[in-house]
Design a protein around this ligand. Structure first.
Ligand SMILES: Nc1ncnc2c1ncn2[C@@H]1O[C@H](COP(=O)(O)OP(=O)(O)O)[C@@H](O)[C@H]1O
Ligand SMILES: [Mg+2]
Length: 417
C-alpha cells in the first residue's frame, strides 16, 4: 500500500480565495479537490480588514474543496501577501563541537541557521522564512549541504523574509476560525515560485512576478535560492479601474471587457501601432458599440508599464540589474492580461515567459491557469518540507518555522528520507 498524505494549500488573495487539496505519495502529488474562484472578502491588498467577512469567504472556499475531494481539511499551508512583506540577507556563524571526526551534524546546521535568524527585528515584525543560501565551512564557500563534512567553523548566508506580526496573526486567526490549523504561512511569491519556476531558472538567476488583483509579489532567485523579495500594492484591479474610467463603464463591465480582450489577445498579437478590427462592446450599454482595440490596449499598457517600471526600480535597488540571466517569469491571475509579456520585455529589458503551475497530476484542468500558481505552490512547498529537502528541513527551536517544522517532523516522519 502506498503511503498517502493529504496536503492542502489555501491562497488568500485580494481577489479570490483558492483552496487546492492534494493527495501526496512518495513520488506523486495528485490534485483531488479545488474550490474554484471564491471571491475574496474582508481582505484588502493582502491584509485582513474585516475578520468576519474574511472568515466567511475562507470557509466557503474550504468547503467547496472539501466537497470535491471528499475529505475533511484539518490543516493547510496558507499564503501570506501584502506590501508589509520585506526581506534581508543575514549571516550566521558557529563553532562545530570538537569530536573524533569533527563531522558537521544536522544539529550544527540547525544552530547556524538559528544564529542567522537572530537578527534584530522590531517586535512588530515576524519571520516568515529563513532560507539558507550558502554554507561556508572553514572559509570554503559555495557549500549547499555541509552535513557530514569536516570542519571547525560553520557559517551560513540566509535570506530572511519577514512580515507584519499583526497581519500574519490575523490571517492565521481567520483560518483557525474555520477549525483549520495553519501548517505554515508561506509568502505568496515563494509559493508561486515553487509551482512555476524550474530548478535551472532558480540556479541561473530569475525574477518571479505574481500579479494579482491588489498586489504584485516578486521574488528573485540566484544560485538556487531566493535572494530578494518585495510586494507592490498594485495589480490587475487598477487595469480594470483605468478601463472603467476610459470607457465610462461599470467596473464589472470593464473587468469583462478586459478579460475578453485578453483572451482574444492570446490568438491575435497585441500591436500598439496596428488598429486591427474594432472590439465589439454592444452588449455593455456604453456610449459606443465598437471601440478600436488599439485604444483599449493603450489604456492597459499604460498601467502595465507603471507596474513593470516599479519592478525595474526594485531590481535596481536590490543590486540585481544584469544578474538574472534566466529572465522574468510572470504568473498570477493578471499574467493573462493582454500585452503583459510585451510590456515586461520592454520595461524590464529581460527575456519573459508566462508561468503556469507544474509538478502535480490529478485534476490538472482545474489548476492549469496562472491564477492557481500560489495555491498549487503552497502545496508543493509543503511537500518539499515534508520530504525533508534542504529548503527548510531544519529543526529550529524558535520562531514560526521551528515550531511547525518540529511538529511536522513528528507527524510525518514517514516522509523523511
Ligand atoms: N483572463 C484574464 N485576463 C486578464 N486579467 C485577468 C484574467 N483572469 C484574471 N485576471 C485578473 O487577475 C487579477 C486576479 O489575480 P489572482 O491571482 O487570480 O487573484 P488575487 O488577487 O486573489 O491574487 C484580477 O485583477 C483579474 O482581473
Ligand atoms: Mg493571486
Amino acid at each position: 500500500m502506498p503511503r498517502e498524505k493529504i496536503i492542502t494549500g489555501i491562497d488568500i488573495g485580494s481577489t479570490k480565495i483558492a483552496t487546492v487539496v492534494a493527495s501526496v505519495s512518495d513520488n506523486k502529488v495528485s490534485v483531488i479537490g479545488v474550490s474554484g474562484n471564491v471571491p475574496s472578502k474582508g481582505i484588502n491588498k493582502g491584509n485582513v480588514v474585516d475578520i468576519d467577512s474574511a472568515v466567511e469567504a475562507i470557509s466557503q472556499s474550504i468547503e467547496k474543496a472539501e466537497r470535491m475531494a471528499g475529505v475533511s481539511i484539518s490543516n493547510a499551508f496558507v499564503t501570506i501577501n501584502g506590501s508589509h512583506i520585506e526581506n534581508l540577507n543575514s549571516h550566521g556563524v558557529v563553532a562545530v563541537a570538537p569530536s573524533e571526526t569533527s563531522d558537521i551534524t544536522r544539529e550544527d546546521v540547525s544552530r547556524v541557521i538559528e544564529a542567522a535568524q537572530a537578527v534584530s527585528l522590531p517586535s512588530t515584525r515576524e519571520i516568515i522564512h529563513v532560507i539558507p543560501r550558502d554554507f561556508i565551512v572553514n572559509s570554503q564557500e559555495g557549500i549547499k549541504d555541509p552535513v557530514g563534512m569536516s570542519g571547525v567553523r560553520l557559517e551560513v548566508e540566509t535570506n530572511v523574509i519577514h512580515g507584519s506580526a499583526t497581519a500574519m496573526r490575523n490571517i492565521s486567526k481567520c483560518v483557525n476560525k474555520v477549525a483549520v490549523d495553519v501548517d505554515e504561512l508561506v509568502y505568496s511569491g515563494i509559493a508561486s515560485a515553487e509551482a512555476v519556476l524550474t530548478d535551472t531558472e532558480k540556479e541561473l538567476g530569475t525574477l518571479l512576478i505574481d500579479i494579482g488583483g491588489g498586489t504584485t509579489s516578486m521574488v528573485a532567485f540566484l544560485d538556487g535560492s531566493s535572494i530578494h523579495s518585495a510586494v507592490l500594492p498594485i495589480g490587475g484591479k487598477l487595469v480594470t479601474n483605468d478601463l472603467a474610467i476610459g470607457l465610462r463603464s461599470r467596473l464589472e463591465d470593464a473587468e469583462k471587457i478586459k478579460i475578453r480582450l485578453s483572451n482574444d489577445a492570446l490568438i491575435s498579437k497585441v500591436d500598439l501601432h496596428d488598429d486591427g478590427e474594432d472590439f465589439d462592446v454592444s452588449e455593455f450599454d456604453l456610449e459606443v458599440e465598437r471601440i478600436p482595440r488599439i485604444m483599449l490596449y493603450k489604456i492597459i499598457n499604460a498601467r502595465l508599464e507603471e507596474i513593470f517600471r516599479l519592478i525595474a526600480l526594485e531590481v535596481t535597488k536590490a543590486g540585481l540589474s544584469g544578474k538574472l540571466p534566466a529572465g522574468v517569469v510572470i504568473t498570477g491571475g493578471a499574467a493573462a492580461t493582454a500585452g503583459v509579456e510585451r510590456s515586461a520585455k520592454v520595461n524590464l529589458k529581460m527575456p519573459v515567459r508566462i508561468g503556469t503551475p507544474k509538478g502535480v497530476t490529478g485534476l490538472i484542468d482545474e489548476i492549469k491557469g496562472s491564477d492557481s500558481a500560489a495555491a498549487v505552490g503552497a502545496i508543493l512547498y509543503g511537500v518539499k518540507l515534508y520530504r525533508g529537502s534542504n529548503l527548510l528541513s531544519f529543526d529550529h527551536k524558535n520562531g514560526n518555522i521551528g515550531k511547525s517544522v518540529s511538529k511536522i517532523f513528528e507527524k510525518f516522519k514517514s516522509f523523511l528520507p
